[in-house]
Ligand binder design. Structure first.
Ligand SMILES: CSC[C@H]1O[C@@H](n2cnc3c(O)ncnc32)[C@H](O)[C@@H]1O
Ligand SMILES: [Zn+2]
Length: 430
């Protein structure tokens, strides 16, 4: 049995109703075996965590990690121009190896800023899966499918290969979904096929929804429906777990259509702000009982994968939208980035809170910093002042992926060399 004891930290379990307390966490064979005020157990390794906060690892519920190679390459454009004129031409040049190194760069940033799991939609997903396996992080992987032209079934075959070959790999760290890209890239016939397959095999779905006003106009012109109505009429919200990314432009009746859905919405506030998309109806969705988690989207749009930036943006945007600072308080925002996101990835039975029996996915945050003193309210301090750079240690499945800000599974010099060269080649002349 492999054991790890974390001693003397302030523990934030994120279990509803539980208050922060000082204590220890004993991890055995990748799971939290004991958590409490004082644990006297032998361990292979002990981390003295005085002045650290232990909390569940952050869960990034929507990402395209490999797009880290396209960070700060194209900004300040409208979404469709950004996608069609910049991202897609660069992505057309991406090889399997580019995706491996781009994903590894994204994973390095996530581990360094306290993310222990992410949901990813991209291409060359076997390379993404390999990067997840090698790094030790947890992920829900989806082959993104755009059905604007016939490819003889290649995308679907790749999507199913990913599911058949990688589900459960890395001691359960890898899970999979089916990923029709968005309403505007998925006509009714192929989309219905994906939905039926998902229902038959009980495979969760991951899709972009209602990100921009232009998307709404496109779908209205084609089908005389909102994007949400379009997915609803095709049966997407019936007996299938669905991870909806963005969901910015929903009217009241769209929100009502999502009431009772399995899965929920991944809110991407920084990307929505930066692309000028709008402010998602987070409060209305939560009031309707829809699970709302949080993600960054790819670094190609968000520029950073730091979930602490998303937490801040999410609460500030809701307060601004409603002209009311009591909306989306600190603890609720932290919950969105942990247990609510875990529900979206359908892994909340394993991670998302610190509880005995759950997988040991957690982070230690160093409070020994001017901007993190004094500790009046730990939730407010973490949501409104902490940044990813305050994360000292990142642990997934009981394995230490970063300690004292040093990567334990990744080789930064190699990542830097590979990512720099590949990124330059991808954007040359674009
Ligand atoms: C077919 S793989 C995924 C596909 O999605 C693109 N993408 C990245 N960010 C967004 C976004 O905010 N909205 C829509 N599509 C996005 C990415 O470039 C890949 O081509
Ligand atoms: Zn996206």
């Amino acid at each position: 049995m492999k054991t790890l004891l974390i001693k003397d930290c302030m523990i934030l379990t994120m279990v509803e109703g539980e208050k922060p307390f000082l204590g220890d966490i004993w991890i055995a064979d990748g799971r939290i075996a004991k958590i409490g005020p004082s644990i006297e157990e032998e361990a292979d390794r002990v981390i003295l965590a005085k002045n650290r906060v232990a909390m569940p690892g952050l869960i990034n519920a929507h990402n395209h990690a490999s797009m880290s190679l396209l960070r700060a390459f194209s900004d300040d454009l409208k979404l469709m121009d950004w996608l069609d004129k910049k991202m897609l031409p660069a992505e057309a040049r991406m090889t399997r190896e580019d995706v491996y190194w781009g994903t590894t760069l994204g994973i390095a940033e996530m581990i360094a800023s306290g993310t222990t799991a992410f949901a990813d939609m991209y291409v060359h997903m076997d390379a993404v899966a390999q990067a997840v396996l090698d790094s030790g992080i947890r992920a829900s992987l989806t082959r993104g499918m755009v059905f604007l032209e016939d490819d003889g079934g290649r995308r679907m075959a790749e999507a199913l290969n990913l599911i058949d070959n990688w589900t459960g790999a890395g001691d359960g760290r890898i899970t999979t979904m089916l990923g029709p890209h968005a309403p505007y890239t998925c006509p009714p016939e192929p989309l219905q096929g994906v939905i039926e397959l998902a229902r038959k095999r009980q495979i969760p779905l991951h899709i972009h929804l209602a990100e921009t006003i232009e998307e709404g106009e496109k779908i209205r012109a084609k089908y005389d429906q909102t994007p949400t109505e379009y997915l609803h009429e095709l049966g997407m919200f019936h007996d299938t777990h669905v991870l909806l990314a963005h969901a910015v432009h929903l009217n009241e009746s769209d929100v009502a259509l999502l009431r009772g859905m399995r899965g929920g919405v991944a809110h991407n506030p920084v990307s929505n702000l930066k692309l000028g998309c709008g402010i998602a109806p987070v409060r209305e969705l939560i009031e309707a009982g829809v699970t709302v988690g949080m993600g960054t989207d790819g670094a190609g749009s968000a520029t950073t994968l730091d979930m602490f930036a998303e937490i801040k943006a999410a609460t500030w945007m809701q307060k601004l939208k409603h002209g009311d600072p009591t909306v989306l308080p600190a603890e609720a925002a932290l919950r969105m980035a942990t247990i609510e996101s875990a529900k979206l990835l359908a892994i909340d039975h394993e991670v998302g809170t610190l509880e005995a029996g759950k997988r040991a996915d957690l982070i230690l945050i160093d409070l020994d910093k001017p901007h993190l003193l004094p500790v009046h309210d730990i939730h407010a301090l973490l949501a409104y002042s902490a940044t990813g750079a305050d994360v000292d240690t990142t642990i997934v499945n009981g394995e230490i992926l970063m300690h004292q800000r040093q990567f334990q599974t990744l080789h930064w010099e190699e990542i830097k060399r590979e990512a720099t060269a590949r990124a330059s080649r991808l954007v040359e002349g674009l």
